[in-house]
Design a protein around this ligand. Structure first.
Ligand code: PHE
Length: 448
């Protein structure tokens, strides 16, 4: 086998992994969750979840991947030396595929909104018209499907070009741009008259809103936002050089991801409050509320373009990581060239995406357990596949890999220190599984 591709260095690892983590989950989902779950109180719980669950699982995935030097299925085989645990890898690939089925649709929407922002800037539309226009758009049979296909094609080209030339290069350009955009939008937001009320909502925790459900939502959000539980970070881990300090990288990625979530909320809430709009607007926040808000602020035409551009960039770097999980699997396990694998995987995702997109419109009468296919993909991955795969990965690393090998991996063969090893193992062995099981049981009871 030829030498396995690897990322260029510390910065490459950070930007690529953060590219996966920072996505629609940060800019679209996090502010929604915050708005619906009591602002600052949710933020606080989210931070605890990111530290107690996010950090250990990401570290587990990174070290597992680097140890295995293979795709997510091959990694389990190589690290365990048997075929017994391969199913965890299969679950990861399946999860990535199912997530891409609906994520790709929303990614397509973001492109359409960039186009709309440039073409007419939403400026002539009232809030009712905006809301109607989004609803009309998302149920159309052709337009959203075409945008999704365009997005998935761009995504395919990046993965097709390879780990270094495609994925790392793209992340190195797009991630700094994304950070710049989000910071500029924050400054705009907090300097609007009346914006301070939005900041207060964000940072003054209202503990009366804190219910077990809020805690569960925060945990689910941490999982999704940090791209855990489907082998993304395991696959990326296999491209990390042996000289990189995994502990540092994981900490940096988690901090950056959390920062972008908080900055997105800061970019959104003060503007929303300044315009006197109800913050708990749910998933419509990005596609209805914000265009409406941009209409009303000076220079709104530009702000709308910047915002949807930001959303598309974030979506792209995340979609790349999901496609890479499937591509690496197809190419290494089925022994097909990387380029062909990227194309096959994209075609498969497009087929799922067409079903998902149409299930919101012309095929909306077909339901699975009462859900449209789009909602079903979202629900089944968030509630079942992701937590279970995450649990299995952390169980495997904590109990099957063994302290010695883990220590060797985290200390780069005893050349650097990993003083956190004891705490890491404790969290991974007991705290993380318990937390996931509680979320899982709760979600499952809810589901039925
Ligand atoms: N973390 C991404 C986001 O916040 C979503 C994602 C989930 C990406 C799982 C890859 C894997 O949007």
């Amino acid at each position: 086998m030829g030498k396995r591709a690897s990322f260029g260095g510390r910065l490459g690892v950070l930007l690529v992994a953060a590219g996966s983590a920072v996505g629609l989950g940060n800019i679209w989902r996090f502010p929604c969750e915050l708005g619906q779950n009591g602002g600052g109180a949710f933020l606080l719980i989210y931070l605890v979840c990111a530290v107690v669950i996010g950090l250990p699982i990401m570290l587990a995935e990174f070290s597992l991947g680097r140890m295995g030097q293979s795709n997510v299925v091959g990694t389990f085989r190589r690290v365990s030396g048997t075929n017994k645990y391969r199913w965890i890898g299969y679950a990861g690939v399946l999860c990535a595929l199912l997530i891409m089925g609906f994520y790709g649709v929303v990614c397509g929407w973001t492109l359409d909104y960039v186009y709309q922002a440039v073409a007419h800037g939403f400026s002539s539309m009232t809030s009712e018209e905006l809301s109607q226009s989004f609803k009309d758009f998302s149920v159309q049979p052709v337009r959203p499907v075409l945008w999704m296909m365009l997005f998935l094609t761009i995504n395919c080209v990046v993965v097709f070009l390879g780990v270094k030339e495609g994925i790392e290069r793209t992340s190195k350009v797009l991630m700094p741009l994304l950070l710049l955009l989000v910071i500029v939008m924050c400054v705009r937001s907090v300097t609007l008259p009346g914006g301070s009320e939005g900041l207060r909502f964000l940072f003054e925790p209202d503990f009366s809103k804190l219910t077990p459900q809020v805690v569960l939502n925060a945990m689910g959000q941490a999982f999704f936002s940090l791209s855990l539980g489907m082998g993304c970070m395991t696959t990326y881990g296999s491209y990390i050089g042996k000289d990189i300090n995994l502990g540092h990288s994981v900490l940096q990625v988690t901090i950056l991801d959390t920062m972008v979530s908080i900055l997105s909320a800061v970019a959104i809430f003060p503007v929303v409050f300044a315009m006197g709009i109800n913050p708990s607007s749910g998933p419509e926040l990005a596609f209805i509320t914000l265009p409406n808000v941009f209409n009303q602020i000076p220079g709104g035409y530009i702000w709308a373009i910047l915002f949807f551009l930001l959303l598309s960039i974030a979506a792209l770097t995340s979609a790349i990581s999901l496609l890479e999980v499937i591509t690496a699997f197809v190419s290494e396990e089925l022994k097909i060239s990387r380029k062909k694998s990227a194309v096959y995987a994209t075609v498969l995702i497009m087929i799922l995406g067409v079903f998902a997109s149409l299930s919101l419109g012309v095929w909306s009468e077909y339901k699975i357990f009462g859900f449209s296919f789009f909602e079903f993909l979202d629900d089944v991955t968030a509630r079942f596949v992701m937590p279970l795969t995450g649990l299995s990965i952390s169980w495997f690393v904590a109990w099957k890999v063994g302290r010695k090998r883990l220590e060797k991996e985290l200390t780069n063969g005893h050349t650097i220190r990993a003083k956190y090893l004891g705490v890491f193992l404790f969290l991974l062995k007991y705290v993380t599984p318990l937390a996931i099981i509680v979320v899982f049981l709760n979600q499952t009871i809810d589901f039925f």
